[in-house]
Design a protein around this ligand. Structure first.
Ligand SMILES: Nc1ncnc2c1ncn2[C@@H]1O[C@H](COP(=O)(O)OP(=O)(O)O)[C@@H](O)[C@H]1O
Ligand SMILES: [Mg+2]
Length: 577
C-alpha cells in the first residue's frame, strides 16, 4: 500500500477534487426527490401552476448542477487513477531493469509483462471507482436513509430488513471470486509467455513449418484463459440479480404497506414517490459499495503480484562492493575454486571447482563440447550470474568489489545469443559508445572484418538493418556485434562462439587483427573449431564443468586426452568435407 501513497500525495488535487465533486453531486440526489414530492402533493394536487413552475425551475437548475459536478468528479477520478497507474508502471519497470538473469528466469517474461500492464490496470480501475464512490456512496446511503426516516418512520424500517440479506450475498460473492481472480491472472501470464516466445521466434517457427503446432499451443492457453476468466467473472454477474431482487422485494413491501396508508389518508402519493426514489438510492449506493469491495478484491490480487515484483530481492547487486571507484585496467582474470549451478537444489554442478589464471593482454581460447559450461564460465566474469563457491578476480580484486557499472563497462561480451536493433549500422555500433566518431566506427569495423561489407552497402554506415538486423546475414550480424563490443574500448573482450557463421578465412583475419590491434586487451574466445583457437597464447579445455587442460596447442596435443579427441574428430570431418 505504501507504494501508492507517494502518488496520491503527488496528485493530491485529483484525489481530493474527485471525491469532493462526487459528494456535491450526491447532495443533489437527495434534494431532487424532495422537490419532486412537493410538486406532486402541493402543486399538482392543488392545481397551483406558479408553484409547479417555480419548483420545476429549481429542479432544472439542480439537475444542471449535478451534471456539472458529476462530470468534474469523473474527470478528476480519471486523472488521478491514470497518473497513479503510470507511476506504478514506471516503478515496476525501473525495478525490472535492476533484475539479474535469475530474477527474470524466476518470474518468466510473460508474467512480468502481465504484471506491468494488466495488473496495474486493475489497480487503476479500482482507484477510479474508489475516487468516484468512496464518499459519495456512504453519503448517499446515509442521506437517503435520513430523508426516508424523516418522510415516514414506520416505512423506513423496511429498508433495514433488507440490508443483511444483501450483505450476505455480497460476502459470498467476494469469497468465491477472490481466488478465481488469482487463477485468471496466472492464465494470462501463461498466454503472454506463449505470445512472447512465438512472436520473437517467428523465423525459427517458419523455418521448421511449426505454425500449426504453435497455433494449437496458443489455442490451449487461450481456452484456459477463457475458462478461468469465465469462472471468475460469472461470480460477479450474481451481483446484478442479487441487487435487483433486493430492490424489487423492498419496493413491493413498501407499496403494499403504504397503499393502505394512502387509502386512509395517512400518506400522500408524493411522499410515496419520494420514498421509493430514496429506497432506490439506498440500494444503488449499497450496490456501488459492493462493487468497490469486489474491485478491491481483484485489485488486491493484482497488488500482491505487483508487490512481488517490487519486493523481489535482486540477488545480484553492488550494494556491498568495497571499491566502487575502481575500474578494470589491466585485464588479469583469475578463477579461484569456482563452482556454480543454475538451480540451487540441483546436485549437478555446471562449473566444478574451476581454477584458472589469465594474464592481461593474453589471447585465450576456450574449447569443449556443447554443454560443457563454456558460456557459463565466461558469464561469471561480468557477473551475469554470481558464483556459488570460490571467487572470480579481475586485476586481483573480486568482481563483487567493483561497482556493476565499472565492471561491465570494462568488459565487452559478444554473447552467443546476440541481438542488433532496428536502426542504421552506425546507430547499432554506437550502442557500444554513443560518443564514438565516424573514424572510430571504421577502425573497429576493420578489426571485426565488417568494414568492407558495410562500405559495399549503398548507404554505407547509414544503412537500415531492419528489426533485429533482419536484412543482414548471420555472419554479418556477428561481425557487427564484435565491432559494437570493441567500440566500448574494453580491457577484456569475450567472444562466445561469435564467429560461428563466419567463413574460416575471415575468422582467421579477425583473430589476426585482434592480435595486432588489441595488444593490451585480454581476449577470451570460445569456439567450436579447434582451428579458431589453435594459435592462442593459451587454450582452456572444459569437460563437464571442469578444466581438463590448459596450455598451447602443442602442449595440449601432448598431454590432454580430451583435446586430442576433439582435434582428431574435427580432422576427420575436414577430410570428409
Ligand atoms: N539459463 C540456464 N538455466 C539453466 N541451465 C542452464 C542455463 N544455461 C545453461 N544451462 C545448463 O548448463 C550447462 C552448461 O551450459 P553452457 O555453459 O551453455 O555450455 P556451453 O556453452 O559449453 O555449451 C548445460 O547443461 C546447460 O543445459
Ligand atoms: Mg555456449
Amino acid at each position: 500500500m505504501k507504494k501508492y501513497v507517494g502518488y496520491v500525495k503527488k496528485y493530491w488535487y485529483s484525489f481530493l477534487l474527485g471525491p469532493f465533486f462526487m459528494v456535491l453531486e450526491a447532495c443533489g440526489e437527495f434534494i431532487l426527490p424532495y422537490i419532486n414530492a412537493n410538486i406532486i402533493d402541493k402543486g399538482a394536487a392543488e392545481g397551483n401552476v406558479p408553484y409547479i413552475l417555480e419548483n420545476g425551475l429549481y429542479m432544472v437548475l439542480l439537475a444542471a448542477f449535478m451534471m456539472l459536478t458529476g462530470i468534474l468528479g469523473a474527470n478528476f477520478a480519471i486523472r488521478g487513477s491514470t497518473r497513479l497507474a503510470a507511476g506504478v508502471r514506471r516503478d515496476v519497470f525501473k525495478k525490472i531493469q535492476t533484475y539479474s538473469f535469475s530474477n527474470i528466469d524466476d518470474f518468466t517474461t510473460g508474467s512480468l509483462i502481465t504484471r506491468i500492464t494488466n495488473d496495474v490496470t486493475q489497480i487503476q480501475n479500482f482507484a477510479a471507482t474508489l475516487l468516484r464512490g468512496m464518499f459519495r456512496s456512504p453519503i448517499m446511503l446515509i442521506g437517503a436513509l435520513v430523508m426516508s426516516f424523516s418522510l415516514k418512520r414506520e416505512l423506513a424500517w423496511v429498508i433495514f430488513a433488507i440490508i443483511p440479506f444483501m450483505a450476505l450475498g455480497i460476502f459470498l460473492i467476494i469469497k468465491t471470486a477472490s481466488p478465481r481472480y488469482v487463477k485468471m491472472q496466472e492464465a494470462l501470464d501463461g498466454l503472454n509467455n506463449n505470445i512472447g516466445e512465438t512472436v520473437t521466434n517467428q523465423r525459427v517457427i517458419k523455418s521448421f513449418v511449426r505454425e500449426e503446432y504453435e497455433i494449437e499451443r496458443f489455442e490451449g492457453r487461450n481456452s484456459e484463459l477463457v475458462e478461468k476468466s469465465t469462472s471468475a467473472l460469472k461470480v460477479m454477474l450474481f451481483m446484478m440479480p442479487v441487487s435487483a431482487i433486493a430492490i424489487n422485494v423492498t419496493t413491493l413491501l413498501v407499496v403494499w404497506i403504504s397503499g393502505r396508508q394512502i387509502m386512509v389518508g395517512d400518506m400522500t402519493i408524493g411522499t410515496l414517490t419520494a420514498f421509493i426514489t430514496y429506497l432506490t438510492q439506498i440500494l444503488t449506493a449499497l450496490n456501488f459499495l459492493a462493487n468497490i469491495i469486489l474491485q478491491g478484491t481483484r485489485a488486491a490480487a493484482s497488488d500482491r503480484r505487483i508487490s512481488e515484483v517490487l519486493n523481489a530481492k535482486v540477488d545480484l547487486n553492488d550494494d556491498n562492493s568495497s571499491e566502487k571507484e575502481r575500474r578494470v585496467t589491466k585485464g588479469d582474470i583469475e578463477f579461484r575454486g569456482v563452482s556454480f549451478r543454475y538451480f540451487k537444489n540441483n546436485t549437478e554442478k555446471v562449473l566444478d571447482n574451476i581454477n584458472l589464471k589469465i594474464e592481461g593482454g593474453e589471447l585465450v581460447g576456450i574449447i569443449g563440447s556443447t554443454g560443457s559450461g563454456k558460456t557459463t564460465l565466461v558469464s561469471m566474469i561480468p557477473r551475469l550470474y554470481d558464483v556459488d563457491e570460490g571467487e572470480v578476480l579481475i586485476d586481483g580484486v573480486s568482481v563483487k568489489d567493483y561497482s556493476l557499472f565499472n565492471l561491465r563497462e570494462g568488459i565487452a561480451c559478444v554473447l552467443q545469443k546476440n541481438t542488433l536493433f532496428a536502426g542504421t549500422v552506425a546507430e547499432n555500433l554506437r550502442w557500444g559508445n554513443e560518443h564514438a566518431t565516424d573514424g572510430e566506427l571504421e577502425r573497429v569495423c576493420k578489426i571485426a572484418q565488417a568494414h568492407s561489407f558495410v562500405s559495399s552497402f549503398e548507404d554505407g554506415y547509414d544503412t537500415e538493418i531492419g528489426r533485429e538486423g533482419s536484412r543482414l546475414s548471420g555472419g554479418q550480424k556477428q561481425r557487427l556485434c564484435i565491432a559494437r563490443a570493441l567500440l566500448k574500448s574494453p580491457a577484456i573482450i569475450i567472444l562466445d562462439d561469435s564467429t560461428s557463421a563466419v567463413d574460416t578465412a575471415t575468422d582467421a583475419s579477425i583473430r589476426r587483427a585482434f592480435r595486432e590491434e588489441l595488444g593490451g586487451v585480454t581476449k577470451l574466445i570460445i569456439a567450436q573449431r579447434i582451428q579458431s583457437v589453435m594459435d592462442a597464447d593459451k587454450i582452456v579445455v572444459l569437460d563437464e564443468g571442469r578444466v581438463v587442460g590448459v596450455g598451447t596447442h602443442k602442449e595440449l596435443m601432448k598431454k590432454c586426452l580430451e583435446y586430442r579427441e576433439i582435434y582428431l574428430s574435427q580432422k576427420d570431418e575436414e577430410v570428409e568435407a
